[in-house]
Design a protein around this ligand. Sequence first.
Ligand code: GSH
Length: 219
Amino acid sequence: MLTLYHTPISLNSRRVWVTLIEKGLEFELVEIKLSGEQFQPDFLAINPFHHVPALVDDDFSIVESLAILDYLEAKYPTPKMLPTEAKDLTIVRMVQMVSVNELLPAIYPLVQRILDLPGEDPEKVEQAEQKIATVLTFFDKLLDDRPYFGSDNLTLADVVAGTIIPILSSRGGISLDNYPKISTWSSDLITRPAWQNSEATEEAFAEFRSNMLARMEQN
Ligand SMILES: N[C@@H](CCC(=O)N[C@@H](CS)C(=O)NCC(=O)O)C(=O)O
């Protein structure tokens, strides 16, 4: 039995959730509220680093979302979400790593905008927007005449980048107009059932917003 420990608003969690759905797997979802549940001993026994996501497959616990995706691909290879040809596999890995190491950190200065909170830092926002533009230009070039990164079918690169980029345009004020391939790719992804069924609700955003506000008032 597969159990995903997650938080609805977490982009790191959502890529695992989407992959489980895309692979047609049965799984149980357990929500961990990041207001403290991640430090409970039961959860620390699964992930000593107190992060979501974590996936438990019977007695095997896996942490780090990209490792979880590799596990799911190796154990449940249908549908295939990782190409085997050298160039295509490398495109998938590049998109995954650039998403996590370049794009995700660039989102933090946009959190106020995404959550409609005060206190945006214009200088940091400008740096973030420049970094995001560099990533989107790079990704737009990597999408060739195929609809997905390195493949005619959905890959783990689409899952990782595709659970970050749509939120930048829907909530982060980032236009995709200058990146025509990424724009089409993003619009198509969000219509898939896996995206529709794993989308954070307005209530989840509101809860996260009020937690952030409370933290800002404490500081
Ligand atoms: N590199 C990890 C990052 C996980 C992560 O940072 N998760 C955040 C939520 S997006 C978290 O659990 N934060 C709560 C905490 O660290 O206490 C992964 O990809 O799984």
